[in-house]
Each structure stands twice: as C-alpha cells, then as structure tokens.
Design a protein around this ligand. Structure first.
Ligand SMILES: Cc1ncc(COP(=O)(O)O)c(C=O)c1O
Length: 379
C-alpha cells in the first residue's frame, strides 16, 4: 500500500512549492538525482571506460518504455523531443502531392508545424474544428476524412483544456475510412500530455505512431523524448536524418555499408542523450514502484476534486466535466486571471495561464490540501 507522505519524500519540490504545473514542465524526483549522480560520477572519473554499461542502460530503458505502453522494444526510438518525433514521421512518410493530413484546430504547435511544413510538397493540412467550448466531436472527423487523407494526428489530451480524446472511437473511424477508401490512413498521437499520469496501453487502439517527451507527466529532464512506431508501418517510414547509428553494423566504423536497421532505432542517427535516457529510466522505475493504477487514481481524484472546489467558488470550468474526457489538466477562469495568476505565482503556487484560462495539472504527488490552499489564495 502506497503512502502519500512517502511519495512526497521523493519530490523535494513539495517542500518549496505547491507545484501544479506538470502539464508544462514537471520537477524531477530523487531517483533521477540518484541515477544522474551515478552517471556523472562515472563520466567524471572514468570517461568512456565500461561504456557498454551505458549502452545497456539505454536498451534496458527502451524495454521499460515498451513495457510501459505495452509495445515491443523494436517499436521504440529515443528522440530529442515531441516536435522532433512528429517531424521524423512527417518527413519519413512518402507523402504525395494532393494528399492531406488532419489535425484538430486546438493542437500545440509541435503537432501543427511539421504538417504545415509539408505544404511545399503539395500536402494540405485540414483542421478538425473544435466546438465553442474547445471540445472535439468525432463525427466532425468522420466528415473530414476523404480519399486523399493520408494521416490523422491528434493529442491524446489537449494541452489547452485537458480534453481527453476518445482514442478508441477515433482509431475505429480511421480504420473504417481506410477500408472504405481501400488505403492505409495513418493514426498518430502526441501523448506528451498525460502519459505518466494516466494508463496507456497501445493494444487498446489501432495507433501507428505515439510521440512524447518526458519532461511533463513522465517527470524526466527536458529533451528525453521517445517515439513509438508500430512494426506494421516501420518499413513505410524512411529515416530522413541518418548517421553512423542508422545502420545494422553501426560499430564497424571503417566499413561503409548503408544497410539500414529494421527497428525504430533506425531513427536514432548518432550519439544518444544518455543523461536524458538515464532520467527516463529513473521515471520508469518510479512508476513501476508505485504502479500506474495508483498514479492514475490519484491524478483523476485530484483533478475531480479541483473541479468541484472551483465550481463551489463559482469559477468557470473550461475543461470537459464528462469523465470520458477528463484528464490531469483542469482549466478554469476567475474574474481576473491576470491578477490571480500573479498572486498565486508570488505565493509559491506554480501553475500556467493558457489562452483565457488558468491551468492546473496536479500529479500523483500533489494533495487535496494543496488545492485547498490554492482556492484559499484565490478567495
Ligand atoms: C501537446 C503538446 N505537445 C508537445 C509539447 C512540447 O513539445 P516538445 O517535446 O517538442 O518540447 C507540448 C508542450 O507544452 C504539448 O503540450
């Protein structure tokens, strides 16, 4: 049985701040510090010696990440960040002139620009319009997909209001449309929002690509991203950025043989971000210590609690209250968000402003008492 006081001991940030900004950049935890110290000590004192140990850590982390989303290790690539992963996909698929890509109109720029960047190839980006509340209706997606649609890319959870997209329904629509038009339509998910807060099993859906950076809910250092590419579609995505590590016999530096790897590691062109991967390993170990059932339960309990408290105080809730679309993000407005934002930040409450709303994003180490304190400050 997990004890919240023990959990909080792993998060020194809790001694200094009420940290409700995990959807922006999360703090790291003690296990990361421990693993990073070991990494620093090694390179400080021994440099390259026993380098294989770090290569082994990388592969162990790949396996842990694969397990985390129930994928296979050869379907996981380490990437610099979410934007890089989405760009690998956008540039790696052989899009043809006249084809189109569909994205919601409320996406974070990382999931917009890689697709707009294809316009030079004659590939159009079509926007799936959200309703007046900023929520997405799957029926609109169904109407938007046409015989030229090659890919649909969405966030699992929308950053601006925490709207959780119904991945099952969307993957079914895409599958049906693929059958109707007799062609493959790819499904790509930016999962940076809430991967690490909510449980995610790739086998629950028909998804081709998942990309996420670690610095939000996965609690890693920044720049420690990963990408899932289903083995069913791996061959169809060409590695656009290549280097020594792209090939099968990568350690044979004096032999040139451009024989590209078959797994998702073909997207890792050169030396790896071992520090970032080490922090990803620390987070995988932390989540496995507490269990994602516990983590998810706490996150949803805290965000539901925040919604009910905000409603009691008469604040407008911009997030969807339907449990099907709930996540760890709660967006809300107060009569004067500029003033309230400054007041909270200067009172050591860390949160964000997004669009016309304040946004909180409690993780499993937060408490109801912290949310009470935020409300007290606002009252
Ligand atoms: C939905 C979404 N995607 C991507 C990012 C960040 O992308 P990157 O990992 O490239 O920094 C954010 C950050 O706020 C986000 O909310």
């Amino acid at each position: 049985m997990n004890n919240i006081e023990d959990v909080r001991k792993n998060f020194p940030v809790t001694k200094n701040l009420i940290y409700l900004d995990n959807a922006a950049v999360a703090p790291v935890h003690n296990l990361t510090k421990k693993y990073m110290d070991e990494y620093m000590e090694h390179f400080l004192n021994f440099g390259l010696k026993d380098y294989a140990k770090w290569a082994d850590f990388t592969e162990a982390t790949r396996e842990k990440l694969a397990q985390f989303i129930n994928a296979k290790p050869n379907e996981i690539a380490f990437v610099k960040n979410t934007s890089a992963g989405l760009s690998i996909i956008a540039n790696g698929i052989d899009f043809k002139h006249g084809e189109n890509v569909i994205i919601p109109d409320i996406e974070f720029p990382s999931n917009v620009y890689p697709w707009l960047n294809l316009e030079r190839k004659g590939v159009k980006t079509k926007f799936w319009k959200s309703d007046e509340k900023g929520f997405l209706d799957c029926k609109k997606l169904e109407e938007l997909i046409d015989c030229n649609t090659r890919l649909v890319s969405i966030s699992w959870i929308e950053f601006v209001n925490g709207f959780k997209n119904d991945l099952k329904a969307i993957s079914q629509i895409i599958k049906n449309k693929s059958n109707e038009f007799g062609k493959k339509i790819y499904f790509c998910v930016d999962a940076i929002q809430d991967l690490g807060a909510l449980k995610f099993d790739i086998n629950d859906y028909d998804i081709d690509f998942v990309v996420a950076d670690g610095h939000k809910w996965l609690l890693t250092l920044e720049g420690a991203g990963f990408m899932y590419c289903s083995e069913k579609v791996l061959d169809g995505v060409h590695p656009v950025s290549v280097g020594w590590k792209t090939v099968k016999d990568a350690l044979n530096f004096t032999k040139i043989d451009f024989d590209i790897r078959q797994g998702a590691d073909k997207f890792e062109e050169g030396s790896m971000n071992i520090a970032g991967i080490t922090s990803m390993e620390a987070s995988m170990d932390l989540f496995s210590q507490y269990g994602m059932d516990f983590v998810e339960e706490r996150v949803l309990e805290l965000s539901d609690y925040a919604i009910s408290l905000f409603e009691e105080k008469g604040f407008n809730i911009a997030s969807c209250k339907d449990t099907k679309h709930r996540s760890g993000i709660v967006s809300f407005t107060t009569p004067d968000i500029e003033k309230d934002f400054l007041k909270l930040m200067s009172s050591n409450v860390q949160l964000s402003k997004r669009g016309p709303n304040l946004r909180i994003s409690p993780h499993f180490y937060n408490t109801k008492e912290e949310i009470n304190r935020l409300v007290e400050l606002l009252s």
